[in-house]
Every structure is written in structure tokens, then in C-alpha cells.
Write a protein that binds this ligand. Structure first.
Ligand SMILES: [Zn+2]
Length: 150
């Protein structure tokens, strides 16, 4: 999983570019925030598998080491982009909604590249179909997962 500082850097760059193009603080802010904070869905997976007493340091170790048997990653899903595009249209192209779609898009692209994930790894329905089994969904991370050290 890409480290937090990479998401902050990417989100800053993409959102800055969006500001230069659209001159909208709402769009820029939503893109910046969503590009970083969709990673909060890792909290659910970490607590479910490692307990609620997990420290912040352990949280990052578990996430970076992909120490999961199952992985839900609720917000990491291409399906949200389709929902977001529909919502953008329905909200008459609200800048906050468009910004959130842009943020989620660049985050998922970055995660896909970094994790060498196949396109379907970030489909919620596909993960569901595979019973959220980590080794099936992120099979290219298996070597990393089982050789990871603190
Ligand atoms: Zn992520």
C-alpha cells in the first residue's frame, strides 16, 4: 500500500493542477481531502483483524505489510466513481462532488499502480464475489505480505 506521504504529495500536485484549471477552491479542497482520506477505510480492516487496541504505529505496519486475511476497503472501489459521476450530474456539477470524484480517481490509480493490482482488485463487487479474500484479490502482493518485516 502506498505510504501516506505519497498520497499527500500526489493529492497536493493533482489538486493544485485542478485549481490552475478550474479556479475553484471547493473542487480543489474536495480533491485534496478525498485523495488522502479514503484510506480511512483501512481502519475497519485493521481493527477487525488485529483488534481495537492496535497502536498507530502497528496500524501503519499492518497496512504497509498487507497483513490481512480478508480485505473490505469500502471506499477503494471504482463503483464509487460511477456513483460520484451520477451524483455530479444530479447536483448540476457541484464542484465539491466533482472534486471528490477526482480525488478518489487519482488515489485509486496510484494504489493500482503501486500495488500492481489488477483492475478488478478495486471493484467492491469483485472483492465481494471473492469473499474479500486478500490473497485472491491482491495476489501480486502475496510475496510482499509473507516476507514483510517491521
Ligand atoms: Zn489507498
Amino acid at each position: 500500500m502506498p505510504k501516506l506521504q505519497y498520497h499527500i504529495a500526489a493529492s497536493t500536485a493533482v489538486s493544485g493542477l485542478m485549481y490552475l484549471i478550474f479556479k475553484s477552491w471547493g473542487l480543489t479542497t474536495a480533491s485534496f481531502i478525498s485523495g488522502i482520506f479514503i484510506d480511512i477505510d483501512h481502519i475497519y480492516d485493521v481493527i477487525r483483524e488485529h483488534g481495537k487496541d492496535t497502536t498507530i504505529q502497528e496500524f501503519f505496519h499492518i497496512s504497509h505489510g498487507a497483513q490481512f486475511h480478508k480485505v473490505f476497503l469500502l471506499f477503494h472501489a471504482w463503483e464509487w466513481l460511477f456513483a460520484g459521476l451520477l451524483l455530479s450530474w444530479y447536483s448540476n456539477w457541484n464542484h465539491w462532488v466533482i472534486g471528490a470524484v477526482i480525488g478518489i480517481t487519482h488515489h485509486l490509480i496510484m494504489d493500482s499502480i503501486y500495488n500492481s493490482a489488477n483492475f478488478l482488485s478495486y471493484s467492491l463487487f469483485w472483492r465481494w464475489k471473492h469473499n474479500f479474500h486478500f490473497d485472491t484479490i491482491f495476489n501480486r502482493l502475496i510475496d510482499h505480505k509473507y516476507s514483510y518485516r517491521k
